[in-house]
Design a binder for this molecule. Sequence first.
Ligand code: PPE
Length: 312
Amino acid sequence: MKQADLIWMNGELIPWEDAKVHVLTHGLHYGTGVFEGVRCYDTQLGPAVFRHQDHIERLFRSAHLYYMPVPFERETIRQATLELVARNGLRACYIRPIVYRGYGQMGLNPLEAPIEVSIAAWEWGAYLGEAGKRDGIRAKVSSWRRISPDSLIPASKASGQYLNSVLAKIESQKSGYEEAILLDEHGNVCEGTGENIYIVRDGEILTPPTNASILDGISRRSVIRIARDLGYRVIERNLARSELYLADEVFLTGTAAELTPVREIDDHPIGAGEPGPVTRHVQQVFDDALHGRDERYHAWLDPVPVGASAPS
Ligand code: PPE
């Protein structure tokens, strides 16, 4: 990965290489952490964090679901993030805040373990590759089912829950695909390992609802809003596996992946086997929104105050 200079840890900016934890950190053993993936873009308004407040709200909701009171105010986290980006001299980057149970108490009752918070930022390019964003990726329906709400909390972005995504990702990579699509225990389509999913059929966009076993993606909310603004009908309902194969177009969204088209699933070409017109249209406007090129969506940008000390 591409290192930056500083990381924010529990209220302080420290050198990247000093941002370490003890091996008996609770979260390392039991997955007791919650995190966010946020991006900052080099926009016409200067570097700006996309839907910053929404990511902070979700971080706090994820923490709440796992009985973790966050020991900082939301506004402190926001200001820390803006300062971190500026002090690292970054203009476009990925930002990873994490709240986790730290060192001091082992065993499955985590309530006595301290709650630590850190925020890192670094340059991170297209998650599923530039070629993937342009030409679409090949995906495989995973043999692993998406974590069930009977056992975990799909709506929480919790560290331990990602073992499910890790298994699906490894399986897809070893089988020669770029991404996995997970179904729930009833066979409904849920999402990718780190992206929400959409199909396009007869000009309409369909995506699983937020009460499915999915993460309530912030890119998802943005793309639904943009698609509706563009006049597309967006329907939130459960999708069957076969609807993937019969779709005219399929695409994924996530902070890391942005909007990535899917051109093939389980060796079935989707539509013409290349990104379709609806995907392209929404992708273009979403990309404009991210980069501050579309005034309709400027309210989604939280500009980084770039001080005189930061290189530009
Ligand atoms: N589903 C899952 C399971 C998920 O992890 C993400 C984000 C999404 C949907 C899309 O959510 P949003 O980013 O709010 O639109 N995945 C993050 C982590 C990726 C990683 O490899 O780490 C991300 O995109 O930052």
